[in-house]
Design a protein around this ligand. Structure first.
Ligand SMILES: [Zn+2]
Length: 264
């Protein structure tokens, strides 16, 4: 019949302190991070340093639509470091050791409300089993994601990824196919489909011609073809690749194991 539970009372400060601690340090970049998350801290500080430079040199209000310029490069990571960050995140995901949820999403939303500095871009399939941020154990503001069924390089995708690389400063672009891709499978089979779905087929057909009818081989060929198309069709992207400021790579996501592997 106890009316007062001292245990509940004692936990009250513990329940509220993380919030008040977080909000009191909202403006400080390292405070986004847990004490133990040194890897994350390194990444955030690398990105944050570049942002500070940008703010003082150009002001942040118009950075969304300014012309591409090397002065606008955001992340200080090299393309190799950016790739490593993605692959290490995928290792954590595949092993069930996600760390991205340790970060305070409210603070991250606030911190990125007027600007973004994604270090990587991904062109993935629209498939619901390919949640890009989750697969790479990343959170708000880290990956510039473009998706469509079959992860195909269209002019709108090129424009988006050019924006990501030239304006926002992404250092790596992964074109990522995945196991059991319905878009690729439908193209292989030449399925009759309603509406405009078959508009995807001509984009995927070169991969079918090269590697079909095996589904996984065709998915992998398609990722490589779309990555090559991206490199060739965009002078902006090929220019950054030539200057070694950007990597454009094809990858395959195994939806059963959760593992992303690079395709050579
Ligand atoms: Zn797919």
């Amino acid at each position: 019949m106890a009316q007062f539970d001292p245990k509940n009372d004692a936990t009250q400060p513990n329940q509220t302190s993380p919030d008040s601690e977080s909000s009191s340090t909202c403006g400080s970049q390292p405070s986004l991070l847990n004490e133990g998350a040194s890897r994350r801290k390194f990444l955030q500080m690398a990105v944050g340093g570049a942002v500070a430079g940008l703010v003082t040199s150009t002001g942040i209000e118009f950075m969304e639509f300014v012309a591409p310029s090397s002065a606008l490069a955001q992340s200080t990571l090299t393309p190799e470091m950016a790739l490593k960050e993605l692959l290490e995140g995928n290792k954590r995901f595949a092993a069930g050791n996600l760390t991205s949820f340790e970060q305070d999403l409210a603070i991250l939303r606030n911190h990125t409300s007027e600007k973004q500095q994604p270090f990587a871009a991904v062109l993935a399939c629209a498939d619901s089993r390919v949640p890009v941020e989750l697969i790479f154990d990343q959170t708000i503001g880290h990956i510039f994601v473009t998706r469509n069924a079959g992860n195909i390089t269209t002019s709108e995708i090129i424009a988006s990824l050019e924006y990501g690389a030239a304006v926002l400063g992404t250092k790596v672009i992964l074109v990522m196919g995945h196991g059991a891709c319905g878009a690729v499978d439908a193209t292989i089979q030449g399925k009759e489909v309603p509406g405009q779905i078959s508009a995807l087929y001509p984009h995927i057909q070169p991969a079918v011609d090269l590697a079909g009818p095996d589904l996984e081989a065709t998915v992998k060929a398609n990722a490589k073809i779309q990555a090559a198309l991206l490199r060739q069709a965009s002078p902006v992207i090929s220019g950054l690749v030539k200057k070694e400021k950007l990597l454009v790579l094809a990858a395959f996501y195994n939806i059963s194991s959760g593992v992303v592997s690079l395709l050579k």
